[in-house]
Design a binder for this molecule. Structure first.
Ligand SMILES: *[C@@H]1O[C@H](CO)[C@@H](O)[C@H](O)[C@H]1NC(C)=O
Ligand SMILES: *[C@@H]1O[C@H](CO)[C@@H](O)[C@H](O)[C@H]1NC(C)=O
Ligand SMILES: *[C@@H]1O[C@H](CO)[C@@H](O)[C@H](O)[C@H]1NC(C)=O
Ligand SMILES: *[C@@H]1O[C@H](CO)[C@@H](O)[C@H](O)[C@H]1NC(C)=O
Ligand SMILES: *[C@@H]1O[C@H](CO)[C@@H](O)[C@H](O)[C@H]1NC(C)=O
Length: 446
């Protein structure tokens, strides 16, 4: 009798173990796709007309990357976008450097009749909808996401998902200026269906909301992900073992399993051991667009904390242009005052100014460093958000986080390539150390 009981218990145990094994979703520890397809990750940049660096650090252009992606596309292109001004009709100028943007629009319109092209765009749109009308007339599907109504924010995300296989993510807007007049940084990953499928889920969320739905809570399981900061996707990129994941904002757009963009930034900073280099257009410890004013220092506090507790070297390369708010310099001076070599405190700030000749000055909203990335001794973070509170609380954005620290390969990692980009810009003639007495007028005149 005792034996029978034992046998029953054993059977039940074994069955439940087998069931558990079968039913528990597992994070793949090896690439599920055939290893014959090489997964390539490439940094891509727009360098404004006339900018010259005394450096061998160069990357393919974003223009070329978008052309390549359209060339590769066989069935679908999904684009998440803030606004569209790919032709220079918006400025009323006849700018020869608009030709790249116009080429992208023309090629996309040609493809719209042949493939599934879906575009999620922020609404309400303030400026011209010319590009979107052309694409719609050519057969593309367009949905406007009314972020003002949904979150009082904007859809600020900029990414492409092609054939659920290739992706682009980065700072460039669907704007001709983003290809030739504004400094931008992004990345393209080819042949990586796991990552493309995961970014596709973020796109599907915009698409769903663009259909006039309210924000579901919780999101249906089809939007969930297994890949996040705690269980990243493990796979080789450029033949190098890598851990990657995508983060997203605002928090209300994050389905189960998705790391919030702010959490990913804070954890990348926390993980750094020797340095944190940050290149963003805007940096403010405030809710930039909220009335009444609100202070928001999550990122600022983290930087001061890691600089103090772990003696991590912090460098911020921030953009300065005609539209820069003077208060940004005030807060940056405060951060840059955390500098005292004797106490191993080392935060430094430089301002990057993209010079403009008289003709370039006539082009509105241009000649600026629009980069949004961070690189530490371990991680490359490539995002789409300005660094102030609104972007993490209300605005839609996303980022790709790449960890290749386990790499033994002699090929340069994404982290080392991004570090070289940062160092090129930091040491260039276009960047100026921020001092306590500096003002905007001075900066814009040099
Ligand atoms: C993707 O992988 C295939 C092999 O499976 C290869 O032929 C192709 O060139 C790769 N595409 C890119 C863009 O790297
Ligand atoms: C988009 O095109 C369809 C026809 O395919 C048309 O009915 C619709 O009005 C167009 N929408 C816009 C916003 O132009
Ligand atoms: C980033 O911030 C600037 C200044 O507030 C704003 O003009 C811009 O639209 C923001 N987003 C973009 C386009 O990256
Ligand atoms: C990066 O990857 C290494 C080795 O694969 C791992 O030990 C480390 O925890 C990872 N770091 C982060 C921040 O994910
Ligand atoms: C490049 O180097 C030359 C000579 O050393 C210098 O005159 C020039 O200002 C540098 N240009 C930039 C953009 O750093």
């Amino acid at each position: 009798r005792c034996l029978i009981v034992l046998a029953t218990v054993a059977t039940v145990l074994l069955t439940s173990m087998a069931l558990y094994y079968l039913l528990t979703p597992r994070v793949p520890s090896s690439p599920p796709a055939p290893s014959s397809s090489l997964r390539l990750i490439v940094l891509v940049e727009s360098i404004p007309e006339g900018l010259e660096f005394n450096s061998s650090t160069t990357h393919p252009s974003i223009f070329q990357a978008w052309l390549n992606l359209m060339d590769e596309a066989q069935s679908s292109i999904d684009i998440a976008s803030f606004y569209w001004t790919l032709t220079n009709e918006d400025t009323g100028t006849h700018e020869p450097t608009a030709i790249q943007g116009e080429t992208i629009l023309k090629t996309l319109a040609e493809l719209s009749g042949k493939l599934s092209i879906r575009i999620a765009v922020n609404s309400p749109q303030e400026s011209q909808r010319l590009d979107l009308r052309l694409l719609n007339d050519s057969g593309a599907d367009i949905r406007a996401v009314n972020m003002r109504e949904l979150t009082s924010g904007i859809l600020h995300t900029k990414f492409w998902v092609v054939d659920k296989k290739h992706i682009y993510i980065g700072s460039a807007n669907m704007d001709w200026r983003s290809l030739t007049q504004v400094k931008e940084l992004g990345t393209v990953v080819y042949n990586c269906s796991c990552l493309a499928t995961d970014l596709g889920k973020i796109f599907e969320a915009y698409w769903f909301l663009g259909g006039g739905q309210t924000i579901p809570s919780p999101w249906p399981p089809s939007f969930s992900t297994l890949y996040n900061k705690d269980t990243p996707l493990q796979l080789p990129l450029n033949d190098t073992p890598s851990q990657v994941y995508l983060s997203s904002s605002p928090p209300s757009f994050c389905a189960t399993g998705r790391t919030q963009d702010l959490q990913s930034i804070l954890s990348v900073m926390d993980d750094a051991q020797s340095f944190i280099y940050i290149a963003v257009m805007n940096y403010l410890p405030t809710m930039e667009f909220t009335h009444p004013r609100r202070y928001w220092a999550d990122i600022d506090t983290q930087l001061r904390q890691v600089a103090y507790e772990k003696q991590v070297k912090v460098r911020l390369l921030i953009s300065c242009w005609a539209s820069t708010q003077p208060v940004m310099l005030t807060f940056l001076k405060s951060l840059a005052s955390v500098y005292n070599p004797k106490s191993q405190l080392d935060i430094q700030v430089r301002l990057f100014v993209v010079p403009a000749n008289p003709k370039q000055k006539e082009i509105p909203f241009t000649r600026v460093n629009h980069n949004k990335y961070m690189v530490t001794d371990k991680i490359a973070y490539i995002g789409t958000s300005n660094w102030s509170g609104d972007y993490f609380v209300r605005t839609a954005g996303s980022a790709l986080v790449v960890n290749q620290t386990a790499s033994q390969s002699p090929a340069p990692t994404v982290q080392s390539q991004l570090k070289a980009v940062f160092e090129r810009d930091w040491n260039s003639a276009y960047s100026t150390p921020l001092t306590q007495h500096m003002d905007l007028k001075y900066l814009l005149e040099i």
